[in-house]
Design a protein around this ligand. Structure first.
Ligand code: GLV
Length: 302
């Protein structure tokens, strides 16, 4: 089997994938973009890591695309992705566990005021604030897919009152939940229906002092609206892993904002070893014409 392996890799990352994939699928040949186009008739499957638009052009025999990213918004937005062929996203238990850990760290830090203490330390300030119980800090998890559900369970197990909301629950359910929320954790997929969901109206519906944890995509947030809500003190703090443009440009106000804690899109990175096993499983299924796992509904966008 000849498989295209391409994407927006960090230096050395493609080599790591090649090694891990060769170990689990020794019979496959992994081609880069040039080799795949030169041998286009033989390439029926592609394994992609957030590929640049246009990457899948010129492959008329392509019948299956497996993403090693959980979020497939950029892939689905690529007009060269052949219509109608199955696309699978990455659902990897280790990546899901990493996301639950990051969400737990962010929620604990917000609830216990650790970001405030870090700031006070920088200013040489010895000053404790009142302590609250986890049970007094309601958390709203947006998005209840593999990651959102794992995050919700992890936070509930920690004693937080957790509600979940998915797009299909509708705007009214969201409007009702927001006033009772202290921390919002966003894990929605980015689709036309969720882009810009966290805007001025959304923030205004939260009680004063609520915080935002964005582990989904930068474009879920209207940055100017979040900055305005932070500056007014209506939103107390934002933990942001994802941004409209990545890396975040040096001039962006988030970098130096006192009420923003940033991660460099590192909340849950794909674990190459365990994800390679997931890829191998699906490619074997594809070869045998068996049911594929983790398929994306292309009309819905996730
Ligand atoms: C990371 O953001 C991913 O979608 O895998």
């Amino acid at each position: 089997m000849k498989v295209l392996l391409c994407g927006d890799f960090e230096p050395g990352e493609r080599e790591q994938w090649l090694e891990a994939l060769a170990a689990v699928l020794p019979q496959a040949r992994w081609l880069d973009l040039d080799d795949a186009r030169a041998d286009a008739a033989a390439v029926h499957a592609a394994v992609v890591a957030n590929p640049l638009p246009g990457s899948l052009a010129g492959l008329p025999s392509l019948r299956f695309v497996q993403s090693v990213w959980a979020g497939v918004d950029r892939l689905l937005a690529d007009p060269t992705l052949p219509a109608g062929i199955p696309v699978a996203r990455m659902v990897d238990p280790l990546m899901t566990a990493a996301m639950a850990e990051t969400a737990l760290w962010a929620v604990l830090s917000l609830h216990r005021g650790y970001f405030v203490y870090a700031d006070r330390q920088r200013h040489g300030l010895w000053q404790a604030h009142a302590q609250q119980r986890a049970g007094e800090v309601p958390v709203l998890v947006l998005g209840l897919g593999a990651m959102g559900s794992a995050v919700a369970s992890r936070l509930s197990a920690q004693g937080y009152p957790v509600r979940g909301w998915r797009r299909a629950d509708g705007d009214l359910a969201l409007r009702r939940a927001l006033p009772h929320t202290r921390i919002v954790v966003n894990l929605l997929p980015l689709t036309p229906a969720t882009r810009g969901l966290l805007d001025a109206n959304f923030f205004a519906a939260l009680p004063t002092g609520a915080s935002i944890v964005n582990l989904g995509r930068g474009a879920h947030i209207v940055d100017a609206d979040l900055l305005a809500a932070l500056d007014r003190g209506h939103v107390r703090h934002a933990v942001l892993d994802v941004f409209h443009v990545e890396p975040l440009p040096a001039v962006h106000p988030y970098w130096t904002h006192r009420a923003v804690t940033m991660l460099p899109h590192a909340a849950a990175m794909t674990d190459v070893q365990s994800a390679a096993a997931v890829v191998a499983d699906n490619l074997r299924r594809f070869e045998r014409s068996e049911a594929l796992l983790n398929l994306v509904d292309r009309a819905r966008g996730y």
